[in-house]
Design a protein around this ligand. Structure first.
Ligand SMILES: [Zn+2]
Length: 200
């Protein structure tokens, strides 16, 4: 496990004032935790690559901003949208060894599950009907349970290749809609995090 002690300390201090949405002060304080650029993985053909300049945070609603690449490090191995085998509801962030996955924004853990295709997953609610899903996880610390309040940049898991994944990567989704539908998180609408406008 590669949890940074310095980051852990800051997260502990910040968690005292955790809120369910993420404001610009939160972003300024935690921006260092996220990659400052997102390259396409060397030797990989990636469809739906982002065309615009990369910024660390995307503004999803007026009150919810989220990290575009909530990992310690990694490259883009698949973009959002139509691809040869159907529709990709998120982006894939690959790194050959296990790295920390961070909460993309302040929020509350909704689901910690095991799924045939997604493998071990976490779903976080960020308010304003916005959710993030993290899939193919290897390891989840015991405190990460439904109802747990996470802070932006808090380590919540490590990358793996559980479920239907050929190589180790984080499959990361941003979802929007009413969770109280018959299909729960699978009834929400996926959003392209790389196409969303930069955070205010
Ligand atoms: Zn994926």
């Amino acid at each position: 496990m590669r949890f940074g002690y310095a980051l852990g300390l800051i997260v502990t201090l910040l968690s005292a004032c955790a809120s369910s949405t993420t404001d610009s002060d939160d972003i300024r304080e935690m921006a260092f935790a996220f990659p400052t650029r997102l390259d396409v993985c060397a030797g990989m053909r990636v469809s739906n690559q982002p065309r615009d300049r990369y910024s660390q945070f995307a503004q999803i609603t007026d009150r919810v901003a989220l990290a575009r690449a909530p990992v310690e490090t990694g490259c883009l191995s698949s973009g959002f949208g139509k691809r040869r085998s159907g529709f990709h509801k998120g982006i894939d962030l690959h790194h050959r060894t296990a790295v920390d996955i961070y909460a993309a924004g302040n929020g509350v853990v909704m689901e910690v599950t095991k799924h045939r295709d997604y493998g071990r997953t976490i779903l976080i609610s960020h308010g304003d009907d916005v959710f993030t899903r993290y899939a193919h996880i290897e390891w989840i610390p015991p405190r990460i349970q439904p109802g747990y309040q996470v802070s932006l940049g808090e380590p919540i898991a490590t990358t793996g290749h559980t479920g239907n994944a050929r190589a180790r990567h984080l499959h990361y989704e941003i979802l929007f809609g009413d969770y109280n539908n018959p299909a729960k998180s699978f009834g929400l609408t996926p959003i392209d995090v790389l196409a969303a406008p930069p955070a205010n």
